[in-house]
Design a protein around this ligand. Sequence first.
Ligand SMILES: [Zn+2]
Ligand SMILES: [Zn+2]
Length: 259
Amino acid sequence: MKFSFHNHTYRCGHAQGTEEQFVLEAIKAGYETFGFADHAPHCYPETHTVVGRMNIEEGLTEYCETILALRHKYRDYIDIKLGLETEYFPAYHEKTMQKYRANGIEYILLGQHMTGNEGLPGAYFCFQPTEDAAGLTKYVDQCIEGMATGQFSYVAHPEVFNYVGGDDDFRRAEYDRLIAKAKEMDLPLEINLLGLGGNRHYPSPIFWERAALANVKAVIGCDAHDPSQVHHAANVEKGFRFAEKYKLSLVEDIKLIRP
Ligand SMILES: [Zn+2]
Ligand SMILES: [Zn+2]
């Protein structure tokens, strides 16, 4: 792997390792380009208590300054990029983007862990197994709307919504809509190594069969939550074998889009 754009830090509260520990691992692994995309803060309603995200004021600024300083320090060894893994929350999306721009964020990945708007009524966490078909439809709609902004550089774990209703035809049809939008926007979809290595419900065979049919672009994402996952050789190997199995076209590079 020449690049890796989906990596976290201790700042999100459920990962460990400083930015510098991640960078040192990335250099050891031989990456040419290494991007941080920690879980992004958003401009939540003031009444909302945030768990597992850095603060959008000092927290975000400190994250950005730390990464830019490391970019300079290690500039002879590796190209470091400054990103975030972000949700698309329509209620306060634009306000959030202004904060990112002000901090010089260079790219954002769409990682839709929740439907609706976090902190407002109706928000729903996508990891919990559910038979709710309308929930999957809502998830796909929200991803499509997010992609349509043109602000995202790729879609992380696109099949993260944990639908277990058993209607596979319905599931295929919903996945097809998401995949078609990615194709239209020329956005790569991620084969997530954290899910693959941890036997999570993603990457999902049904999803990637459909993605292969559409010949959409695919990218391997480490989703490292620990410096040891920056280049987990066994998982990387699994990722390549997964891509081969479904005959997926892996991208040679990611065109980073400024939000
Ligand atoms: Zn995480
Ligand atoms: Zn992630």
